[in-house]
Design a protein around this ligand. Sequence first.
Ligand code: DAT
Ligand code: MG
Length: 139
Amino acid sequence: MSVLEETLVLIKPDGVVRNLTGDILKRIEAKGYKLVDIKLVDADRELLSQHYAEHEGKAFYEPLIEFMESGPIVAIRLAGNRVIEGFRALAGTTDPTTAAPGTIRGDLGRDWGLAVQQNLVHGSDSAESADRELTLWFD
Ligand code: DAT
Ligand code: MG
């Protein structure tokens, strides 16, 4: 038996501005995961620099923060057994060009020739990240 988990899902500004929020939520709900909390957020630099602290100093870091500041984000507290791993599988791999068809990034994302990949969604990558990120975005 697996443990009931929670994860942080973000629909990034590209997903919101392209009107893909409904499509993405539909995939999450159809999979069977439970929406515990959901809100629209204009994230500030303080929140985003804490959220993406692991990437500080990388070439895509500044473009990533600017992209995430560019418009509203849908933040979701999502629950289910193995939801951390399960949502990452639904999302697909980081690079939308090669993310598998059938995934959110593979079906709905592409390379736009920018310094940061715009890949529609974020999902926590471990139980420790989920705890940390849910505290940042929801507490
Ligand atoms: P993920 O979102 O799949 O967990 P990550 O945590 O490694 O990926 O990176 C955070 C975001 O930064 C990612 O969703 C898109 C962007 N990114 C990552 N690596 C990149 C790269 N090499 N070039 C451009 N953007 C990148
Ligand atoms: Mg990550």
